[in-house]
Design a protein around this ligand. Structure first.
Ligand SMILES: Nc1ncnc2c1ncn2[C@@H]1O[C@H](COP(=O)(O)OP(=O)(O)OP(=O)(O)O)[C@@H](O)[C@H]1O
Ligand SMILES: [Mg+2]
Length: 350
C-alpha cells in the first residue's frame, strides 16, 4: 500500500483499504482500492476522495458523520461510481482511527459485492428466523398439551394417596411440569401482536439501565452515549424493553464485577435492514468489555436454547431477535475478547 503496508502486507488483501485524513484526502490505499477506484496510488495520494468519484455518491456524507461522531459504520450494497465511469456495488466499513493527538483519520474498507447477493444475505437471515418461529410454535403446542394432562393426573393422584409422605413425589411432578410450561411459554416468545405507539427509545433504555444497575449492585459501570436528535418512533415499548433488557443483562453478566458497559444510540440514514431500505434507522448498541462471545456459539447465538452459561436458558437472544424482527429490525453481533457489541437496528417507520 502506498504506503500503509510497511509492516503489514495489505497489498494482498481482496478488500480495498483507503486511509483518509480528517479533510477526507487520501493518505494511503492498497492495490485493491486502486483497482476499485481506477486510479494509481501515485496519482491519488493527497487528493480529496471526492475528486476520484462521480457526482451521485450519496454516501459521502457518511464519511463526515463517521469522523465527526467518531463512530464506526458499515453500509451494505452501496453503489459507487468513479470519475472514470466505473460502476460497482460495495460494502463499506468506516473506522475512525486515532492519528495525532486531537485528530482522527478514517479507515475505509471497500468490499465489492453483487448487489443482489448483499441483499439476499440479509434476507436469508430473516427467512431463517421466520422458519424457526414456525417450528417453535409447533413444538410448543405439542409439548403444552400433554403437560396439562400430566399435571391434572398428578393432582388427582395426590388426592388419592394413602400417605401424605408420598405427596412429595407428586409435588415434584407438578412443580417440574410448571417449570416446563413456563419454559415453553418463554420459548414461544413475545405476543405476536404488536401494540405500536410513539416510543422514546431513550426512555426504554434508561428504564433498563436502572434495572441492571440495581441487579449489579454497583459492581458495574454503565456509560451512556445517546444521540439526542433521535426522534420518537412507532414501536411496542413493552416488547422493546424486553429486548433491550435481554441484551444489557447479557452484557452485564458477561463482564461481571468491575465491568464496563456502554449504551449507545445513533440514527442511520438510508440503511438496508432485512432487504428493505429505510430512510431512517435507529441503532442501539450495547458494548461490553467482557471476555467476548465464545467462538463456538457465534454461528448459532440467536437460536433458542443456545447458552454458554450453566444457569442460562439460552432464550434471551432468540427472544430479543424475534422482537427486533417483529419491528422490521435485526440484531447483529461483533465480538472479540474485551470488546463485544450487540447492535439492535430498528427502522423508524413501520
Ligand atoms: N455480551 C456477551 N458477551 C459474551 N457472551 C455473550 C454475550 N451475550 C450473550 N453471550 C453468550 O450467548 C449465550 C446466549 O445468550 P442468551 O441471552 O440467548 O441466553 P442466556 O443468557 O444463556 O440465558 P437467558 O438469557 O435465557 O437467561 C450466553 O449464554 C453467552 O454465552
Ligand atoms: Mg441472556
Amino acid at each position: 500500500m502506498s504506503n500503509l503496508d510497511a509492516d503489514y502486507n495489505l497489498e494482498l488483501l481482496a478488500t480495498g483499504v483507503v486511509l483518509l485524513d480528517p479533510e477526507l484526502r487520501i493518505r494511503a490505499l492498497n492495490l485493491s482500492a486502486e483497482n476499485l477506484l481506477e486510479v494509481s496510488a501515485t496519482r491519488s495520494i493527497g487528493k480529496p476522495l471526492e475528486a476520484l468519484l462521480d457526482e451521485p455518491n450519496e454516501w459521502l456524507p457518511l464519511l463526515h458523520q463517521a469522523l465527526s461522531e467518531n463512530y464506526p459504520m458499515v453500509r451494505r450494497a452501496i453503489p459507487l461510481t468513479t470519475k472514470t465511469g466505473h460502476e460497482c456495488t460495495v460494502d463499506i466499513t468506516l473506522s475512525p482511527v486515532a492519528a495525532k493527538v486531537g485528530s482522527r483519520s478514517l479507515l475505509m474498507e471497500l468490499n465489492m459485492v453483487d448487489r443482489l447477493q448483499a441483499i439476499s444475505r440479509d434476507e436469508s437471515e430473516w427467512q431463517a428466523q421466520a422458519t424457526l418461529k414456525e417450528i417453535m410454535k409447533g413444538v410448543a403446542h405439542e409439548v403444552k398439551n400433554p403437560l396439562g394432562g400430566i399435571r391434572g393426573a398428578a393432582q388427582l393422584l395426590a388426592s388419592e394417596l394413602p400417605t401424605t409422605s408420598l405427596g412429595e413425589y407428586t409435588d415434584i411432578i407438578i412443580s417440574e411440569v410448571d417449570r416446563l410450561h413456563t419454559l415453553v411459554d418463554r420459548m414461544l416468545g413475545p405476543n405476536e401482536r404488536l401494540e405500536p405507539e410513539p416510543t422514546n427509545i431513550h426512555e426504554v433504555i434508561e428504564h433498563v439501565r436502572q434495572l441492571i444497575k440495581a441487579e449489579a449492585k454497583g459492581a458495574l459501570e454503565v456509560v451512556r452515549d445517546y444521540d439526542p436528535s433521535l426522534p420518537d418512533f412507532l414501536a411496542d415499548g413493552g416488547q422493546l424493553t424486553q429486548a433491550v433488557l435481554n441484551l444489557v443483562r447479557n452484557a452485564s453478566q458477561a463482564c461481571g464485577e468491575g465491568g464496563l458497559v456502554t449504551l449507545r444510540t445513533r440514527v442511520l440514514r438510508q440503511f438496508t435492514v432485512g432487504g428493505t431500505r429505510h430512510k431512517l434507522v435507529c441503532a442501539f448498541q450495547v458494548i461490553d468489555d467482557g471476555p467476548g462471545v465464545p467462538e463456538s456459539l457465534l454461528s448459532s447465538l440467536f437460536l433458542p436454547m443456545v447458552t454458554g452459561t450453566a444457569k442460562g436458558t439460552g432464550l434471551g437472544l432468540s427472544i430479543a431477535q424475534r422482537i427486533a424482527n417483529q419491528h422490521g429490525g435485526l440484531i447483529q453481533v461483533q465480538s472479540v475478547p474485551g470488546d463485544t457489541c450487540f447492535t439492535l437496528l430498528l427502522p423508524m417507520e413501520i
